[in-house]
Design a protein. Structure first.
Length: 471
C-alpha cells in the first residue's frame, strides 16, 4: 500500500481523526459523504493486519448498508458457523453458540452474526473512503494536541501540524489522546487469565465448523474466517501463564491442546495477546475532542460487542459533526454524543461481561437492534408503535425499502397511515414519504434521524419544526 504523506493535509480541516481502525474509518466515510473534510492519521504504516474483531452484528450491517459497503461486507463474510466440540481427537457433537433470531422485513439483517476478519472490514471501509475522495496518512503518530475556542492543533511525528475544528480519538484502548486529556477509565478485570489470538492456516482441518477444544490448561478455539484460508485461533491460559506469540509457540500450543500436529499449521500470519477487561471512559468529550471506539470503552471479546459498539459511536457522531460543520446546526448538538453513547456503551459492556462469565447467552440483545436512545436529549414524542429514540424499522416502500429512503445524510419524515398536514420543510434536509399503515410503526408521523433512529414522533406535526431547529 502506498503511504500518503501527512504534509499534504497540513492546513485547516473539518475533523482530525486519530486512528484508522474500524471506528476511525467508519467516521471518515460518514463525514466524507456529507462533504466534511476529515484528516485521518494512523501511527502504523498500514492497516491493522489481524482478525481480532471478527463478528459483525445485524445493527452494524444496517449501518454498513447506509454507508454503502454492505454489499462488499456480505460478499466477503459468512454466517457464524456452528461449533464442534472435540475431545481426545473425537468429535463430541455440535453446540449452537447463538440463540436463533428471525429475519423479518423490519429487520432484514437479523439472524446469525456475520464473521469477517477485522483486517478485511478495514480494507472495505478504506476502499469506500478512497472512493469518496478521502485518504489515510499512515506512519503519522500524534505527538501533541492542543485546543482553543475555535479549534484544535495537532503536531505529528514528522513535524507537520494539522489544524481542525474538532478532533476524534479513535486510537484504541491504550489511547494516547485519552491519556493526554487525563480522562480516566473505570472498569474491572473480566478474567485474570491471559488470552492468545492468532491467524493460522491448517489445511487438514475442515472449515464447516467453529472447532472447540476444551482442556484443563484452558480452552482453544479455531474459527474459519470466510473468504480466506485462515482460522482465527483463540486460547485461554491459566492464571499467571504468558502466551508464546512466536510461530513455533503457536504451533506447539495447537499440538498440545488438539489432535493436530505442529506441522499441520502451515502458516502463522499474526498473533497477539491480551487480558479480558471491561472499562469505560469517565467522559467521551473534552471541549473539541471526542473519544470513540476502544478509546472510550474496552470490552471482553466474548459478546462480540466491541467493534460493533465502536461503529455505533462513529455513526452517532458523524451526522452531528456534519450538521454543525456543513449545515449550520447549533454546536450544542454535539453535547448529545456523550449523553447518548456513554450509557449505551455501558449497557453493552455489562452484556459482554455477563456473556464472558456464562451468565447470559448470545441472543437478541447481542444483535444491538434493541439499542436506542429513549429518554435522550434528541428523543421527543411517541406515536403508533414507536417512541422517539427507537431504531427505525425497515420495510417496503415504493418498490424499494425504507432503508433505501433513509440512506444518505438527510432526515426522513414518514407519514404512516395519516394525512396529517405538514409544515414547510427544507426538501434537501428532510425527505418526506407517505405510506399506508405498517405494523412496526403503527399510525403517526415519525422523523428518522440520519443515523436511523426516530428523533421525533407525534400524531400531528406539532413540535416538529421546533425539534428540527435543535438539530
Amino acid at each position: 500500500m502506498e503511504l500518503n504523506s501527512v504534509k499534504e493535509t497540513v492546513g485547516e480541516t473539518g475533523v482530525l481523526i486519530i486512528g484508522a481502525g474500524p471506528t476511525g474509518l467508519a467516521l471518515a466515510v460518514d463525514l466524507a459523504r456529507r462533504g466534511v473534510r476529515a484528516t485521518v492519521v494512523e501511527k502504523a504504516d498500514r492497516l491493522f493486519p489481524g482478525s481480532r474483531g471478527k463478528g459483525l452484528q445485524p445493527r452494524t450491517l444496517e449501518v454498513f448498508d447506509d454507508l454503502g459497503v454492505v454489499g462488499a461486507v456480505l460478499a466477503s463474510s459468512g454466517p457464524a458457523p456452528v461449533q464442534m466440540i472435540w475431545q481426545d481427537g473425537v468429535r463430541q457433537g455440535e453446540h449452537h453458540m447463538f440463540d436463533p433470531v428471525e429475519t423479518t422485513p423490519a429487520a432484514p439483517y437479523a439472524g446469525t452474526p456475520r464473521i469477517l476478519p477485522q483486517w478485511r472490514t478495514q480494507e472495505i471501509l478504506h476502499a469506500r473512503l478512497t472512493e469518496l475522495g478521502g485518504e489515510v496518512s499512515f506512519g503519522s503518530a500524534l505527538t501533541s494536541l492542543t485546543q482553543d475556542a475555535s479549534g484544535v492543533t495537532a503536531t505529528l511525528s514528522d513535524g507537520a501540524t494539522v489544524r481542525a475544528a474538532y478532533a476524534v480519538a479513535a486510537d484504541g484502548g491504550r489511547s494516547t489522546v485519552r491519556a493526554a486529556l487525563s480522562i480516566a477509565m473505570t472498569g474491572e478485570s473480566v478474567d485474570p487469565s491471559s488470552m492468545l489470538v492468532a491467524d493460522v492456516r491448517i489445511p487438514v482441518l475442515d472449515r464447516l465448523n467453529w472447532h472447540v477444544f476444551p482442556a484443563d490448561a484452558g480452552f482453544l478455539l479455531l474459527c474459519p474466517l470466510p473468504g480466506t484460508d485462515d482460522f482465527q485461533l483463540a486460547a485461554r491460559f491459566p492464571d499467571g501463564a504468558r502466551p508464546d506469540l512466536s510461530a513455533d509457540g503457536v504451533r506447539a500450543l495447537i499440538a498440545a491442546r488438539t489432535h493436530l500436529c505442529a506441522s499441520d499449521v502451515t502458516e502463522v500470519r499474526w498473533s497477539s495477546d491480551f487480558r479480558p477487561r471491561a472499562a469505560l471512559a469517565d467522559r467521551f468529550r473534552d471541549g473539541r475532542v471526542f473519544l470513540a471506539g476502544d478509546a472510550a470503552h474496552v470490552h471482553s471479546p466474548a459478546g462480540g460487542q466491541g467493534l460493533n459498539t465502536s461503529i455505533q459511536d462513529a455513526y452517532n457522531l458523524g451526522w452531528k459533526l456534519g450538521r454543525v460543520l456543513r449545515d449550520g446546526a447549533p454546536e450544542s448538538l454535539l453535547d448529545s454524543y456523550e449523553e447518548e453513547r456513554l450509557p449505551n456503551a455501558a449497557e453493552m459492556l455489562g452484556l459482554s461481561t455477563r456473556i464472558h462469565r456464562g451468565e447470559q447467552r448470545r441472543g437478541a440483545a447481542t444483535q444491538q437492534l434493541g439499542i436506542g436512545y429513549r429518554g435522550g436529549p434528541l428523543s421527543e414524542g411517541a406515536a403508533g408503535a414507536l417512541r422517539a429514540g427507537d431504531r427505525a424499522p425497515d420495510g417496503p416502500l415504493d418498490g424499494g425499502t425504507l432503508f433505501d429512503a433513509f440512506r444518505g445524510p438527510h432526515f426522513t419524515l414518514l407519514a404512516v397511515g395519516t394525512d396529517a398536514p405538514l409544515p414547510p420543510l427544507d426538501a434537501g434536509a428532510v425527505h418526506v414519504h407517505r405510506l399506508d399503515a405498517y405494523e412496526p410503526y403503527g399510525k403517526g408521523l415519525f422523523l428518522v434521524r440520519p443515523d436511523g433512529y426516530v428523533g421525533w414522533a407525534g400524531d400531528d406535526a406539532t413540535g416538529l419544526a421546533g425539534y428540527l431547529t435543535r438539530c
